[in-house]
Design a binder for this molecule. Structure first.
Ligand SMILES: NC(=O)NCCC[C@H](N)C(=O)O
Length: 410
């Protein structure tokens, strides 16, 4: 019988069948040194080369039988209906923080005058410079006082990290409430896609979390270890309260999941998400950044009476905790940079522990992390190595740049 499910992710490592990417666009060329802090970048990637690297990533995936979908295409296809498109533009304007009726009207005209929906979506992602609104004259005091600021609507340069705004868990999604304003704006695309795109809209997709939830949760913190166990980071980006809320909703509707392991990692820019320090490679193999092993605390959350949950603090070492919950004899932790503190710190900064599994024991990695890559090979892992000098400047690796929609069950 044909499998009609549109979303199916019951592991981190099952054969990847469909994935969502975003090819970096002109939003990258709207980054300036003054904006980097607020837009969560540490450097400015060279767009042309970043695109070549991204195309190489997409080719690795499609050459290995993965259907590659693009966020920008799905968003454009989701707004075919004129009234949906207008609502989408209005919500975008509201969330971009555009003040003043005249300015809002000019932006609305600019967007609705785009020749195609793809052009409209690209423009929204790229941001709108003041110089693009020819009839724009600052009239409010706020505008006048802010005359040096170049944008009417900020760019969204983090969109190529499709892992974060929403996450597929089982056959549902958590449509995330992001920690920062800049990344929260990205979740609007997912909202319109899941509510309006013909591929998804009639599928009754459960929502484990919503962008209107008030605490934050980001996809880089959400790992599906197997059909019974999730791992979620309490991190710089994800609140413990979000994990409790989501665990209750998942336990209530998806019989399959039995345990959520909450990994409390240090609150630090370099370790922003759990997947920047820890990813799954095989049934019994993980990459890990050695610097988190000491401070890490793991809590196991399971179903309690009625709609309650039980929380237990794990006291054993991480490999033992993982072996217990994954029901394997032994777990191997492959340390980023090996035993060397300098190699570990450098390669983790460039996402050496952020691997994307496309099948058990088979991962996509960045070329620049050669020390860690060698260790992975020695551990029998099959590597697909992608170029990495520009994309890595955004502080995310192959897992961050991909959102699986469908994986084969193990
Ligand atoms: N899952 C991830 O770790 N994603 C990388 C996000 C990088 C982005 N510049 C950010 O700070 O949100």
């Amino acid at each position: 019988m044909e499998d009609k499910k549109v979303l199916n992710v019951y592991s981190e490592i099952g054969k990847l069948k469909t994935v969502l990417l975003h090819r970096p666009g002109k939003e990258i060329e709207n980054l300036t040194p003054d904006l980097m802090d607020r837009l969560l970048f540490d450097d400015i990637p060279y767009l042309e080369v970043a695109r070549q690297e991204h195309d190489a990533f997409a080719k690795i995936l499609s050459d290995n039988g993965v259907e590659v979908l693009y966020l920008e295409d799905l968003a454009a296809e989701a707004i075919e209906d004129a009234s949906v498109k207008e609502r989408f533009v209005e919500e975008y304007i509201k969330e971009a923080g555009i003040l003043g009726e005249k300015k809002k009207q000019l932006v609305k005209e600019l967007l609705l005058n785009c020749k195609t929906n793809r052009e409209l979506v690209d423009k929204m992602m790229e941001g709108i410079r003041k110089s693009e609104l020819p009839n724009y004259n600052a009239t409010s005091l706020a505008d006048m006082a802010d005359s040096g600021y170049p944008f009417v609507a900020d760019p969204m340069p983090n969109l190529y990290f499709t892992r974060d705004p929403f996450a597929t868990i089982g056959s549902g999604i958590s449509l995330n409430h992001m920690r920062t304003v800049t990344r929260n704006r990205e979740t609007l695309f997912a909202k319109y896609i899941f509510e309006n795109h013909p591929r998804f809209k009639d599928s009754n997709i459960p929502r484990w979390f919503d962008r209107d939830d008030t605490t934050s949760l980001e996809g880089g913190d959400e790992l599906v270890l197997n059909k019974e166990v999730l791992a979620i980071g309490i991190s710089e980006r994800t609140d413990a309260a979000s994990i409790e809320k989501m665990a209750k909703r998942i336990f209530d509707k998806d019989e399959s999941f039995k345990t959520v392991l909450a990994f409390h990692i240090p609150n630090k820019r370099a370790f922003m998400h759990l997947d920047t320090v820890f990813t799954m490679i095989d049934f019994d193999k993980f990459t890990i950044h050695p610097e988190i092993e000491g401070p890490l605390t793991v809590y196991a959350i399971s179903r309690g009476e009625g709609n309650s949950i039980k929380i237990q603090k794990e006291t054993q070492e991480l490999d033992k905790v993982l072996a217990k919950y994954l029901e394997v004899e032994k777990v191997t932790l492959i340390r980023c940079g090996g035993g060397d503190m300098i190699d570990a710190a450098r390669e983790q900064w460039n996402d050496g522990s952020n691997t994307l599994a496309i099948a058990p024991g088979e991962v996509v990695v960045y070329s620049r992390n050669h020390v860690t890559n060698k260790l992975l090979e020695e551990a029998g892992v099959k590597l697909h190595i992608m170029p990495s000098s520009e994309l890595s400047r955004g502080r995310g690796g192959p897992r961050c740049m991909s959102m699986p929609l469908y994986r084969e069950n193990l």
